[in-house]
Design a binder for this molecule. Structure first.
Ligand code: GLA
Length: 414
């Protein structure tokens, strides 16, 4: 009896969460650039040579990533989305890049991206066709996995269009196994739960065992209503999805749209702060060649990136909604905590939030040190459980703090 209890206790201690896909990748949320939200399925290189889906686009992004500090900030993957292939497979049944838009082919593009010290991502679909109507991988999982490995690709985004939903799980698992069989380390980004949700609650244990990150909800658009809908969905499903996140596997709320057209600067700060709190992949979809300095500075903010990439690898959650504020909190390594306060009231001016109302504030007993990271970096000094500190939050903006307990006692009660 005692032994059984001991064994059980040990099991609980050793296995806190489900096993992650064991390919050694995505130990921290993936960082990079992904073409979809900004460039979509623009294949007209005659009319729009600068912005069409072509090898030139990815080469230029790779160049900028190195020259403009993106690589140094941690952005590593240059990712192709839909609309890259030819409409026909080759004589051996392999996918091939559109020859006009990718005259060098994907292998050459991968070599170029690797020569810059970056990695290349590609896109395919578990079903008969991709969402934009290009050839899907159904019936070709092993062939396509081997083709991507032969091309030295480093990441696969695997979409779920044109697939019988009852076969989704099997398809995603088979591609995971096929990738593994190639022997090349290929990060596997899935959309499996997104396509399953309308029919049943996805099995996150199985998903975590097979994928390095997974989309749960609708595509992000360049608008505040889209960001809000993603946050609302995440908050209302966090009990189901947050426990499955951790080193090796992450919930993916979709791309960062910072640096585009639809978000005010405060809203851009909210997306950056909340994506860091959610331990989300930071895949930017914008035009890195032409981005305003303020958005660039935000995306390269090392304090926010440090929260995103925190080694504890725990996804944060919405802990309270009160008076049109949302508080989101993420436990960090060294018993620290990140707190994001979002002001969801889209009328009026900045409003004050009494910070000790944040549920996580209990780690300030008896004392803590507080740093404000957004909207401006500011040391807020030593605080206590009874502090009168009020933080100011702009409409649809977020004030982001890190809190460090300053005594062992506080550490013990965590
Ligand atoms: C789906 C995905 C998007 C994008 C498009 C491409 O909508 O969710 O992220 O890949 O397909 O067609």
């Amino acid at each position: 009896m005692c032994r059984a209890v001991f064994v059980l206790a040990l099991t609980v201690l050793v296995c806190p969460a489900a096993e992650a896909l064991d390919n050694g990748l995505a130990l921290k949320p993936t960082m990079g650039w992904l073409h979809w939200e900004r460039f979509m399925c623009n294949t007209d290189c005659y009319k729009d040579p600068n912005n069409c889906i072509s090898e030139r686009l990815y080469m230029q992004m790779a160049d900028v990533m190195v020259k403009e500090g993106w690589k140094e900030a941690g952005y590593e993957y240059v990712c192709i989305d839909d609309c890259w292939p030819s409409h026909q497979r080759d004589a051996k049944g392999r996918l091939q890049a559109d020859p006009k838009r990718f005259p060098g082919g994907i292998k050459k593009l991968a070599d170029y991206v690797h020569s810059k010290g970056l990695k290349l991502g590609i896109y395919a679909d578990v079903g008969k066709n991709t969402c934009a109507g290009y050839p899907g991988s159904l019936g070709y999982y092993e062939t396509d996995a081997q083709t991507f490995a032969d091309w030295d690709v480093d990441l696969l985004k695997f979409d779920g269009c044109y697939m019988d939903w009852k076969l989704l799980g099997e398809g995603y698992m088979n591609m995971s196994r096929a990738l593994n069989k190639t022997g090349r380390s290929i990060l596997y980004s899935c959309e499996w739960p997104l396509y399953e949700w309308p029919h049943k609650q996805p099995d996150y244990k199985a998903i975590r065992e097979m994928c390095n990150h997974w989309r749960n909800f609708d595509d992000v658009y360049d608008s505040w209503s889209s960001i809000k809908s993603i946050l609302d969905w995440t908050a209302s499903h966090q009990d189901i999805i947050a426990p499955s996140a951790g080193p090796g596997g992450w919930n993916d709320p979709d791309m960062l749209v910072i640096g585009n057209f639809g978000l005010s600067h405060d809203q851009q700060e909210s997306q950056m702060a909340l994506w860091a709190i959610m331990a989300a992949p930071l895949l930017v979809s914008n035009d890195l060649r032409d981005i305003c300095p303020r958005s660039k500075k935000l995306l390269q903010n090392t304090d926010i990136i440090a929260i995103s990439q925190d080694p504890l690898g725990k996804q944060g959650q919405c802990t309270i909604k009160v008076d049109s504020f949302e508080v989101w909190e993420r436990p960090l390594s060294k018993k620290r905590l990140a707190i994001a306060v979002l002001n969801t009231q889209e009328i009026g001016g900045p409003r004050g939030f009494f910070i000790r109302a944040a549920p996580g504030w209990k780690i300030c007993d008896p004392q803590c040190n507080v740093t404000q990271i957004l909207p401006q970096y500011k040391e807020l000094g030593v605080q206590t459980p009874h502090t009168k500190l009020v933080v100011s939050v702009n409409p649809s903006g977020t004030t982001l703090l890190t809190v460090t307990p300053t005594s062992d006692y506080a550490g013990l009660i965590l």
